[in-house]
Ligand binder design. Sequence first.
Ligand code: ACM
Ligand code: ZN
Length: 552
Amino acid sequence: MKHTHFLAAITAALLSLTMYAKTATTAISVVPYPQSVEIQKGTFKIKGTPVNCDPAMDELSRDAVAKFAVQLSKVTGRTCSFASPVGITKTIASGSSKGFLFYVDPSLAEEEYTVNVTKKAVLVAASSRAGFLHSIQTLKQMLPEAIYGSKAAADIKWTLPCVAIKDKPRFAYRGTHLDCSRHFFSIEEVKKYLDIMAVYKQNRFHWHLTDDQGWRIEIKKYPALTQVGAYRDGTMIAKDWDSNDGIRYGGYYTQDQIREIIAYAYQLGITVIPEIDLPGHMLGVLAAYPQYGCTGGPYKVWSRWGISDDVLCVGKEETMLFLEDVLAEVAELFPSEYIHIGGDECPKVQWKTCETCQAKIRELGLKDDEHGTAEQHLQNYVTQRMQAFLATKGKKIIGWDEVLEGKLGDGATIMAWRGVKHGLKAIDLGFDVIMTPNTYCYIDYYQSKDRDNEPLAIGGNLPWQKVYSFDPCEGVPADKQSHILGPQCNLWTEYIGTDEHLEYMLLPRMIALSEVQWCDLDKKDIDRFETSLKSHQYKILDIMGYNYRKDK
Ligand code: ACM
Ligand code: ZN
């Protein structure tokens, strides 16, 4: 008996030790979880604590820290004064620092940062604005959720746990996409989308601005694109393909509004990558300028979903010049080094019978061969021509993985959406890849098998747990992994007509993806992540005013 008791006591002791070890290593609830976390004893108390930064920091980084100080003051109800005094690094070296101190450490990599919280001070170092922005997001996640609010919460204990963090992302490209063609979202909602991306350290916003169901970007040289192409006569109802609700629907972003979004994203550390989807998915253009089609129309902005056979007539030189004009304005507007030129789902039926397209095929000497059909090579001619044109504007292209059909010009980046295998093929051919396989990254899919209890969706079943399980480098030889720029989740909006529904589809799946994007494989831990979601992240979403899907 005694012996059994002894064993039970040992087991209990071991169990509590393991549990202690688990709590000790997960005592911060930050997502995406930092690469290195050493929890120490004690806490740092915030009570009208000064926030200082190194004058060597660039102005925008200092602005970001100043904004953090303002927010801290607001929520703690005590003034946390911001200053940028000369000689701050000497204080750090002497070990006599107090309060928050942000400083430049040039030895850290781009995006890397360190946070060292002791009972006396919070030392934060980075070498770039991205690193400082990440450090602020990490600090905010270590604070009570009220830091995300707009009200003073003076009765809360405002403390940070003593901890040493050293952190940097696994992937440089950490994207989320939004389709604003199938449904149009206001500037305010797009900003809200960017806000939550920034919380989870994402840095690329892929903005799908044109499609068969509406052209959403003002192009000065072609006003009918938005006067005509931005509006449809109605929208199909649910999945009844021949129905139409008869309600005129549309909208577009002016170039000023687009500049506003780009600037807003920039201060959050996010680059906006626009997509002009060509040469298919172009009914928005054809409704406005039927002369750029093979059949001459008449065309209408589509009120139904799917893939239209009506595509651009790329045999006509005037169509090419039109595309170049549009891309010239796009390149001028967006500072991003990448412009996405689509290339997906372009049926070739009309090109096969169009005399102009066939004449172009003959002129270019295009033939069916082992790389593809003559018509696929014709699409490839468009891709290469747009790539060369954008290169004259200092831009590189991203294309959906269909652009790999036919021979592709060097330097293009492939967005693999029809499965990882297309990404692997692109890597084999020497191209850079952004991994967005629909099986893990299409967050327009259902979030449960129980469809009756979910809002109508396009299909599939992609719970956050499956998103979390994605490894973009699986099956990629180590020496080729540098070709994977990073993963991205895509949110197509055929069945998503409201802000609430949009957020429900985004969250928490985008949060799960953020750990795929950020964490080294050995730092991912689905149990730790789930605990953080339920105990902390959902509260952040509540305070910030997002709708999201809770596990039922
Ligand atoms: C796509 O989902 N058609 C890229
Ligand atoms: Zn044609």
